[in-house]
Design a protein around this ligand. Structure first.
Ligand code: NAD
Length: 478
C-alpha cells in the first residue's frame, strides 16, 4: 500500500459530484425533501454487493493495519484536505438530499464537522499504557484492530455521523463497510468517494442498500464490530442479530433530552441558546432539546423570549442562503411530528407559535412550533418527536423537575440553565443522561466523549475513549 499523496479531483458543483457516484443507468430516485425535485439516483446495492465489500475489506485489513498509526494519520489528514477541497459541492448535495440549509448550523457546518472529526481522530495519541511495573510484574495495555467494522447510519447528519464512525475505525487499523440510511445514500456515497481518492483501495466501502443489507451486516461472521447510530428500535434489533457472533457494538440511539430552567436564569439571555438547542437541524438531532421544564417564577418570560427568537428564524429551501431552518427529511418523519403536535393541541395545550402546517406547498415543511401549558405525560413530551417543535412544561420545585427529566427510559443528553453555575452543576449530577450541558444544549466536540445512558445506547464516541472503542484491548504481561 502506498501512502504517497494522490492527485485529488475537485468537483465544482454537486451535479459534477453526482455524475461521479451515480450508476450509469437506473438506480433509485432520490427526491429533494424541500421541493420534490430529483436530486439524483442511488445505486441499489444488494446482499451480493455487501458480501463483495466485506470480502474486499477483510482482504485489505492486514496491510492497512501494517501501515501503522503514523501513516494512517497522514492519510486521514489528506482525506480531510480532500473534503475541504470539495466542501461546497458536498454541502450543496447534502442540502439537496437531506433538506438542511447551507447556512446556520447546517450543511456547511456539517461538512466542516466531518473535516474536524477526521483530523481529531488522526491527531490523538494512543501509546501502550503500562498498567503494572513493580519489579516483579510488568503489564502493558495495547489496542489492536478488530478487523472489519460495519457502520450503519441515520439520515439526519449523514456525512458527519459517517465520519464519527469511520474515522476512529480507520485510525485503529480496521477497514470499514458503511451502510447509509436509505433516505440519504448520496451524501455518504459522495463523501466516501472523496475520501477514497486518498485511501488505499479496499479499505473503505459503502453499500447503499436497505434494511435487509443492514441486517445482514449485523449478523455477518466477518464483521467484527458494528458502529450503529439510529433509532432505539433498530438498535435492539442489531443487539439481537449480532448475538451469535458476539460482535462488539457501539450504539448511539434515540433520545428525548430534557432541559431544566432554574428560577434564577435570565430568560432573554438564554432564549437563543434554548432555541438552537431544540431547533438545530430543524429539530432532527439526536441530542437536541426535546422537552423543556421551566420554573413557574419565570415561565411566561421564558415562553415569551423563546417565541420572539423562534418566530424570526427563516425556514425554507436549503439552497436559499437566507434560510437557517429546512424541511423534515421525509414524509414518515413529517407524519410523526404532525401527529404528536395534534395530540398536544387536542389536549388543550397552548400554542405559542406554529402548529398549523400549510397544506399547499411542496416539501415536508413543518413550521417552528412552541407549545406551552402541556401535561407532563402528553405524547409530545414523552415521545421523541424529532422535528422543529418544543413542548414547554411548568414546574414548581427542583425535585419535581429532576423527577420529570429522569422519568423516561431514554438518557442521551440533558441541560440545566441558571445564572449560578454551582447550583446548575448540582442539578446536573442528578440527571440520568450521557451528557449534561450547562447553559447550552447539544454541542459536541471531537475531544469530549459522547454516548447515551439507559436505552439511548452504550459505548462512547469521540476523544481517546472513542478511539479505544475501536480497538480490541490486549494485555501483554511479562
Ligand atoms: P433507523 O433506526 O430507522 O435507521 C438507521 C439505520 O439502520 C438505517 O441505515 C437503516 O437502514 C438501518 N436499519 C434498519 N433496520 C435495520 C436492521 N434490522 N438491522 C440493521 N440495520 C437496520 O433510524 P433513523 O430514522 O435513520 O434515524 C433517526 C433516529 O436516530 C432517531 O431516533 C435519533 O435519535 C437517532 N440518532 C441517534 C444519534 C446518537 O448519537 N445517539 C445520532 C443521530 C440519530
Amino acid at each position: 500500500m502506498s501512502t504517497e499523496t494522490n492527485t485529488v479531483a475537485t468537483y465544482a458543483t454537486a451535479d459534477e459530484l453526482l455524475a461521479a457516484i451515480q450508476p450509469a443507468i437506473g438506480g433509485r430516485e432520490i427526491l429533494d425533501p424541500a421541493t420534490g425535485e430529483l436530486v439524483g439516483r442511488a445505486p441499489e446495492h444488494e446482499v451480493a454487493d455487501l458480501e463483495a465489500a466485506i470480502a474486499a475489506a477483510h482482504a485489505a485489513q492486514p496491510e492497512w493495519d501494517a501501515l501503522g498509526h503514523d501513516a494512517r494519520r497522514s492519510l486521514m489528514n489528506q482525506a480531510a484536505d480532500a473534503i475541504e477541497a470539495n466542501a461546497e459541492a458536498l454541502a450543496h448535495l447534502l442540502s439537496r438530499e437531506q433538506g438542511k440549509p447551507l447556512n446556520g448550523p447546517n450543511a456547511r457546518f456539517e461538512v466542516g464537522g466531518a473535516v474536524a472529526w477526521l483530523r481529531a481522530a488522526a491527531a490523538f495519541g494512543l501509546e501502550a499504557e503500562v498498567i503494572v511495573d513493580d519489579g516483579t510484574t510488568y503489564a502493558e495495555m495495547h489496542y489492536r484492530p478488530f478487523g472489519v467494522v460495519g457502520a450503519i447510519g441515520p439520515w439526519n447528519w449523514p456525512m458527519m455521523i459517517s465520519v464519527w464512525q469511520l474515522a476512529p475505525a480507520l485510525r485503529m487499523g480496521n477497514t470499514v463497510v458503511m451502510k447509509p440510511s436509505e433516505y440519504t445514500p448520496l451524501s455518504v456515497l459522495a463523501l466516501v468517494h472523496v475520501i477514497n481518492q486518498v485511501l488505499p483501495e479496499g479499505v473503505l466501502h459503502v453499500v447503499a442498500g436497505g434494511r435487509d443489507v443492514g441486517q445482514l451486516l449485523s449478523t455477518h461472521k466477518d464483521i467484527d464490530k458494528v458502529m450503529f447510530t439510529g433509532s432505539t428500535a433498530t438498535g435492539k434489533a442489531i443487539i439481537r442479530s449480532s448475538a451469535d457472533t458476539v460482535k462488539r457494538l457501539t450504539l448511539e440511539l434515540g433520545g428525548n433530552d430534557a432541559g431544566i430552567v432554574l428560577p434564577d436564569a435570565d430568560p432573554k439571555a438564554i432564549a437563543e441558546g434554548l432555541f438552537w438547542g431544540a431547533f438545530i437541524n430543524t429539530g432532527q438531532t439526536c441530542a437536541a432539546l426535546k422537552r423543556l421544564y421551566v420554573h413557574a417564577d419565570i415561565y411566561e418570560e421564558v415562553c415569551g423570549a423563546l417565541t420572539e427568537v423562534a418566530k424570526n428564524m427563516p425556514m425554507g429551501v436549503g439552497l436559499d442562503e437566507a434560510n437557517v431552518l429546512g424541511p423534515l427529511q421525509n414524509k414518515a418523519q413529517y407524519d410523526i411530528v404532525d401527529s404528536l403536535v395534534r395530540k398536544a393541541t387536542d389536549s388543550g395545550a397552548r400554542v405559542l407559535l406554529g402548529a398549523n402546517p400549510s397544506e399547499d406547498q411542496p416539501g415536508y415543511f413543518y413550521p417552528s412550533t412552541l407549545i406551552a401549558d402541556i401535561a407532563t405525560d402528553n405524547p409530545l413530551v414523552v415521545e421523541e418527536q424529532f422535528g422543529p417543535v418544543l413542548p414547554i412544561v411548568k414546574f414548581d420545585s427542583i425535585e419535581q423537575a429532576v423527577q420529570l427529566a429522569n422519568a423516561l427510559d431514554v438518557g442521551l443528553g440533558a441541560s440545566v440553565w441558571s445564572s449560578d453555575r454551582d447550583a446548575a452543576r448540582e442539578v446536573a449530577a442528578r440527571l440520568q443522561a450521557g451528557t449534561v450541558w450547562i447553559n447550552s444544549h447539544g454541542g459536541v466536540d471531537p475531544r469530549i466523549p459522547f454516548g447515551g445512558a439507559k436505552t439511548s445506547g452504550y459505548g462512547v464516541e469521540f476523544g481517546v475513549d472513542g478511539l479505544k472503542a475501536l480497538g480490541q484491548p490486549q494485555v501483554i504481561n511479562g
